[in-house]
Ligand binder design. Structure first.
Ligand code: COS
Length: 384
């Protein structure tokens, strides 16, 4: 199936594919084994302008297109999901600035991110507020021309390596409704009071640091507030509408990588005197995997296209893409492990890593239960 990609998208796909095949795939197993952030891959991506993809040329980027970013994330994810997260999080962490920043904030913070000199992170989740993002406890209190932030965040992807972190905090004094009293702030890691806590040990995406962050009387200039006071929750939701197709792209890439591996293996592996791909049981598995991947790609690209064309109901199309593609990634990687049999269960082959990496796509940037909630709410909002 050929979703019509424009010339820019095709070129970026080819460039990212070739680079990752040569330089990232050989590193993927080590990155997973060591659990360390791959600074070399970050440098490689910065040098080849891959980290510039989420940004428009006026802020030092090379695209800014949602579908272009999807295609790039998909290609990297075929080889190494941890590496794809470097690009995804660069986009996620800069989206609030892109969507709600003043011209001055954009000119100050986006170009170093586009050049890959700085890394970004998005700090929304707290120990007590995951799916219920509005229930956060971190608080920002205004004192003159500054806000003093106290609290903590958890599960922050790239939180320990980021230079620019968008932090969400309550700015109410007297308990207004949660959605109205949250504000967003651009925090620099060098600001006194910003502290990185422990890094989580995870099932997959092991080279992507998942950090706790602590704010102890962290002073942020009022000029670093994004949008108006109390506009933070809606901004956080808009960001997720824009970023979830990127998770769908990641899931799609993992599924494609696992499918290619399983197909190759099924052709090479002989049992009962012939390649196992000649058995109908394996053929049907491959047929189902390919069908699910095609459907996931259609939804994922459609959600990127909807963002690029500013179509209405992007929340719902983003959630559908993320939901379907991540469930596909889990199914396809599990089947890939099954096709590889005993070898699928060994670390000598990437199938088990892909299966471990796939699982997170059903959980982060909103669990798939939250995606269903967003979709259902959209479906029912106009019904009598
Ligand atoms: N875009 C813009 N505004 C939105 C919005 C969106 N996608 N979704 C909600 N809002 C607005 C609502 O319109 C409402 O505005 P008003 O107060 O003006 O009426 C406000 O935000 C509150 O919305 P709602 O009442 O729906 O908030 P809830 O607390 O019920 O939360 C969900 C809704 C569950 C959808 C939200 O908390 C969520 O997405 N949770 C998952 C968070 C997540 O994905 N975390 C992953 C970690 S971040 S990487």
């Amino acid at each position: 199936m050929d979703f019509s990609l424009n010339e820019e998208q095709q070129q970026i796909r080819e460039m990212v594919h070739d680079l990752c095949l040569e330089r990232v795939e050989p590193r993927a197993a080590e990155i997973d084994e060591s659990g360390e952030f791959p600074w070399d891959v970050k440098e490689l991506f910065a040098k080849h302008d891959i980290l510039a993809i989420p940004f428009t040329p006026e802020y030092g980027g090379i695209s800014g297109g949602a579908l272009t970013l999807i295609v790039a994330v998909e290609e990297i994810s075929k080889f190494c999901v941890t590496s794809s997260l470097i690009l995804s999080v660069q986009s996620l962490g800069s989206l609030p600035i892109w969507l709600a920043g003043t011209e001055e904030q954009k000119r100050r913070y986006l170009p170093p991110l586009a050049r890959g000199e700085h890394l970004a992170a998005y700090a929304l989740t707290e120990p007590g507020s995951g799916s219920d993002a509005g229930g956060m406890r971190t608080r920002a209190i205004k004192r003159g021309d500054r806000y003093v932030i106290n609290g903590s965040k958890t599960f922050i992807t790239g939180g320990s390596v980021a230079d620019t972190i968008v932090v969400f905090a309550r700015t109410d004094q007297d308990g207004d409704t949660p959605a109205r009293n949250i504000s967003a702030f651009i925090v620099e890691k060098t600001m006194p009071g910003f502290k990185v806590g422990k890094l989580e040990k995870k099932l997959g995406i092991r080279g992507s640091p998942t950090a706790q962050l602590f704010f102890e009387d962290l002073e942020v200039p009022a000029a670093n507030r994004l949008g108006g006071e109390g506009e933070g929750f809606r901004l956080a939701m808009r960001v997720l509408d824009h970023s979830r197709p990127g998770i769908a792209a990641q899931a799609l890439g993992i599924a494609e990588g696992a499918f290619d591996l399983a197909r190759r293996y099924a052709r090479d592996r002989h049992q009962f005197g012939k390649p196992i791909v000649e058995f109908q049981g394996i053929q049907f598995m491959l047929a189902d995997m390919a069908t699910q991947i095609e459907a996931a790609r259609a939804l994922t690209y459609a959600s990127g296209d909807a963002l690029d064309r500013s179509l209405p109901d992007i929340g719902s199309s983003s959630s559908m893409a993320k939901l379907f593609a991540s469930d596909t990634a889990m199914r396809v990687t599990t089947d890939a492990v099954q096709i590889l049999g005993g070898y699928g269960y060994l670390r000598d082959f990437p199938a088990e890593r892909m299966m471990r990496d796939a699982k997170i796509t059903q959980i982060y940037e909103g669990t798939n239960e939250i995606q269903r909630f967003v979709i259902a709410r959209e479906l029912l909002k106009d019904s009598a």
